[in-house]
Design a protein. Structure first.
Length: 72
C-alpha cells in the first residue's frame, strides 16, 4: 500500500518506482458491476456503494465511473 494522504493522487502519477520495479500509468480503471454479484447466492446485490458516491465526482461521460488507475 502506498499512502500519500491525498485522495485519488494515483491519477497524477505518470510512473512510480517501488524498489527495483518501475510502474507506468496506462490509464483509468472503470468500476464494473461484477463486484456487486453474490456468487454464493447467485444473486445481484442491490448495494450501490461506492459507485453511487463516485458517480458524483469521478464519472467520465462515455467511459464510466473511475475507480483507480492501471499500472504496468
Amino acid at each position: 500500500m502506498i499512502s500519500t494522504n491525498t485522495p485519488f493522487s494515483e491519477d497524477l502519477f505518470a510512473e512510480m518506482r517501488l524498489g527495483s520495479c518501475l510502474f507506468r500509468n496506462v490509464g483509468p480503471t472503470i468500476r464494473c458491476n461484477a463486484i456487486r454479484t453474490n456468487w454464493e447466492k447467485e444473486k445481484y446485490c442491490a448495494e450501490e456503494e461506492p459507485t453511487k458516491t463516485l458517480t458524483k465526482f469521478r464519472n467520465v461521460p462515455g467511459l464510466g465511473v473511475l475507480f483507480g488507475m492501471y499500472y504496468q
